[in-house]
Ligand binder design. Structure first.
Ligand code: NIG
Ligand code: FE
Length: 420
């Protein structure tokens, strides 16, 4: 068969495909990285057409002058990371809060006048041009660290006009970069200053004005909400999510991040695709998510960056059969990192996941967490030829040797988009 892309002789090629459909639930599936020693992969028009041992693939594929051949000898190959939770577009930075938190102030205390609110004030004053430029810079870093598909949220506009502005920028970022950038509307990220005395009126604005406007321009695939005791309570969250569902959007929640208020249970009740954070999730919440097939998106970088001692109970979730996924939460407040690699290290050290579990959670399962499981997240025939070549002898090095970038080449849709 003809191929325009051919990668051969990878010391280890981890497909993240265990031969079963759907996201990897339970430890045995999460641990099965589908490793091929001496692996090869062929692609045509951006899609994978063959995966296997180099000798077998070389027998099947016709090499022409149009075929880009990469010899990955001495390297290991993985699916490109899928980052299913980012706040990629923002203005300004909050390094002063970072330092104050390190000295003992809490995220919640800082949120009264600073926090998300301060980023909202900055974003409203920043031009689309500037926002696009800074988002693209962060995107370059994400790519350099191996991410080939991501989700990006609005949520620093908190007015109809500036939420639409954010979503249009997210769309542009996807068009310019050629990456798949899945847009999420997060109008209910915080109650903006001007609605502080009447949060319910803001909930009405989200339901009656923002959701229809976002749907009209088809600017978001998902609707997310910060369901938390000091932000939107369960009743307010339910109303907003119901309106989004009625408008045809998929649902996501920032749930049980700091306090256990039934966010996971609400995600299950509403049929959300994912519930994210979940540091304070209840046992009942875990049970309900398992019953309804909600994917837990774990963000250990946030817990680390907030300096919180207790991490999300990942092992309990895996034991309950939940297909855990991992994400950066890239944002200027609670977690400023573009690196899925550091998240994988934190998942092994702090969530007690194995290296294989963490990698599956950062590829296959994270693709399902944004509704992209059929297109990416594993090196499987028919999916996008999105992969990274890493300068490591085995996948176990990925979390182990931390704080450096192991990615040497990033391939998106069968094309090299970055070489470090
Ligand atoms: O996922 N928890 C709410 N939202 C973000 C933080 C956003 C910010 O602080 O700017 C999060 O952690
Ligand atoms: Fe977040």
């Amino acid at each position: 068969m003809d191929a325009d892309f051919l990668l051969i002789h990878a010391d280890q090629l981890a497909t993240a495909d265990d031969g079963e459909p759907g996201p990897a639930d339970h430890a045995d599936r999460l641990n099965n990285l589908g490793i091929i020693d001496g692996g090869a992969l062929a692609a045509l028009d951006g899609k994978i057409i063959a995966v296997g041992k180099t000798t077998d693939i070389l027998d099947q594929v016709t090499i022409s002058k149009w075929t880009r051949v990469i010899n990955a000898s001495g390297s290991m190959v993985l699916p490109g990371f899928v980052d299913p939770h980012t706040h990629l577009v923002f203005a300004g930075s909050r390094e002063d809060e970072f330092e104050l938190r390190a000295q003992g102030k809490s995220y919640r205390e800082l949120s009264v006048d600073g926090g998300i609110r301060s980023t909202v004030r900055r974003l409203r004053q920043t031009s689309e041009h500037q926002l696009l430029g800074s988002a693209l810079q962060r995107l370059d870093r994400l790519i350099a660290y191996g991410t080939t598909t991501l989700e990006a949220k609005s949520g620093y506009g908190l007015s109809t006009e500036s939420e639409l502005k954010m979503l249009r920028i997210i769309q542009r970022v996807g068009e310019i970069s050629g990456l798949d950038v899945i847009p999420t509307f997060l109008g209910a990220h915080e109650v903006p200053d001007e609605y502080r005395n009447d949060p319910d009126a803001y909930v009405e604005l989200v339901i009656n004005e923002m959701i229809p406007a976002v749907t009209k321009e088809n600017l978001a695939r998902f609707c997310d909400i910060f369901c938390e005791s000091h932000v939107f309570n369960v009743d307010q969250s339910r109303r907003i999510l119901q309106a989004a569902k009625d408008a045809g959007m998929g649902l996501k929640l920032h749930a049980d991040e700091l306090t256990s208020i039934g966010g996971a249970e609400l995600a299950a009740e509403m049929g959300a695709v994912s519930a994210d954070h979940l540091v304070a999730v209840s046992d009942h919440g875990i049970e309900r998510m398992a019953q309804e097939g909600v994917i837990p998106v774990l963000l250990p970088g946030t817990t680390f960056s907030l300096g919180i001692k207790d991490y999300v109970p990942a092992r309990k979730m895996i034991d309950a059969g939940l297909p855990v996924a991992l994400a950066t939460d890239l944002n200027p407040g609670s977690c400023y990192t573009e690196s899925m690699q550091i998240v994988i290290t934190l998942a092994t050290l702090m969530l007690k996941m194995t290296a294989a579990e963490a990698i599956t959670a950062a590829t296959r399962n994270s693709a399902y967490a944004i509704g992209e499981g059929k297109n990416c997240g594993s090196l499987t025939v028919g999916k996008n030829a999105d992969m990274i070549i890493c300068d490591i002898p085995s996948y176990k090095y990925l979390p182990y040797h931390f704080g450096v970038n192991h990615v040497s080449i990033v391939i998106k849709n069968g094309k090299i988009i970055h070489a470090n």
